[in-house]
Design a protein around this ligand. Structure first.
Ligand SMILES: C[S@@+](CC[C@H](N)C(=O)[O-])C[C@H]1O[C@@H](n2cnc3c(N)ncnc32)[C@H](O)[C@@H]1O
Length: 342
């Protein structure tokens, strides 16, 4: 998987196949309703029928509301338990919503799609396989959209809750990440070109502390099916104690403040990542691959123009040893480019 962070390995993503995680999933916050109008607005006008592929759909927090605004939503997940639950939830039995069980990298789907959505899921995919596949599955002008939430978390969640979560999490490789950071990484790898972003208004949602504690067990490091029950009980008591001390209102409820966040662009085949060259533009090949060659500016890939990010794109599949004298390779950050041979 070419250097994907260990925290996103299958041993962690597979927790979403656990019955206990799926049971707890209903206590996680839902995307603000405005998210879906924004998503529907991203379907290209000329794309008919309005088809959506929801990748890593879980219980359908994106797929079910979106199906009301599209002609068809194909919802793919490798968790049979999540799909079983999703079918029973509101909107889960819509005739234009098709649940498909399988890995997004190979599940049998029915392109072309006007949109491919991924709600809190793209970090789990095998990027090298999934993003080139998305590029092939999208209709002309179709978009990949990372769907997420931007939380305004109170300070105590970072300072007090954070260390307790780290102590009890079974994902010891966990490190903070963001959708924007992952998409920037994918751009660096030539698998994505970001085009836009949008955020809904902030919403407030209150939930009983007991349910919030349960929602933690819908996260990848906290599957009740995998945790030692005594450790889980000990962790729960601490989570509840911290929240009770800090929750505003003193009525046993916890307030979440968050916005829906969309980041969109075009997935790339993975061949559009640089070309081997040297000389004129100061580019040099870093590694050869039958379908992809990474080129970096001297100095570790930093774009020579201050403040710009180096992004390399080319229009052809580059093969080691072959010359591409007419092909241009361009840094999307500063526009410098060259042509050459790997
Ligand atoms: C955090 S959940 C998000 C679910 C839903 N999209 C949402 O917004 O609530 C991540 C989901 O991605 C699924 N998943 C992870 N890797 C996958 C893969 N390679 N293929 C299909 N589904 C995958 C998991 O089973 C899980 O249901």
């Amino acid at each position: 998987m070419s250097g994907r962070p260990g925290q996103f390995g299958f041993e962690y993503s597979s927790v979403f196949q656990d019955e206990s995680v799926v049971r707890a999933y209903r206590y996680r916050p839902r995307y603000p309703a405005a998210t879906f109008a924004l998503l529907a607005g991203l379907i290209p006008e000329r794309c008919v029928p309005r088809t959506v592929l929801d990748a890593g759909c879980g219980t359908g927090l994106v797929a079910r509301p979106l199906a009301a605004l599209a002609d068809r939503v194909d919802a793919v997940d490798f968790s049979a338990a999540a799909i079983r639950e999703g079918r029973l939830l509101p909107g889960g039995d819509r005739p234009n919503l098709r649940w498909i069980e399988g890995p997004i990298e190979s599940a049998s789907v029915d392109p072309p799609y006007c949109l491919i959505t991924a709600g809190a899921s793209m970090h789990w995919f095998n990027w090298d396989v999934a993003f080139p596949r998305f590029a092939r599955l999208l209709a002309e002008d179709g978009l990949f959209v990372a769907v997420g939430m931007e939380h305004r978390r109170p300070e105590w969640m970072r300072t007090e809750l954070g260390p307790v979560l780290a102590r009890y999490s079974m994902n010891k490789e966990f490190a903070p990440y963001s959708a924007a950071g992952i998409l920037a990484e994918l751009e660096e790898r030539g698998l994505f070109r970001q085009m836009g972003s949008a955020e809904t208004d902030l919403i407030e949602w209150r939930q009983p502390i007991g349910e919030w504690v349960e929602s933690i067990h819908a996260r990848n490091g906290f599957s009740r099916d995998r945790m030692d029950p005594r450790e889980a009980a000990e962790a729960d008591a601490l989570f509840a104690e911290i929240a009770t001390r800090h929750a505003d209102g003193g009525d046993g409820m916890i307030t979440h403040r968050y916005a829906g966040r969309l980041l969109w662009g075009r997935p790339l085949q993975g061949v559009e990542y640089g070309g081997g060259i040297g000389g004129a533009a100061g580019l040099r090949p870093r590694a050869c691959h039958p379908h992809r060659v990474r080129v970096l500016f001297p100095g570790g890939g930093r774009c020579p123009r201050p403040g710009r990010v180096a992004r390399f794109r080319t229009t052809c599949a580059i093969r080691p040893g072959r010359r591409y004298p007419g092909r241009r390779v361009r840094c999307g950050g500063c526009g410098r480019g060259a042509s050459g041979v790997c």
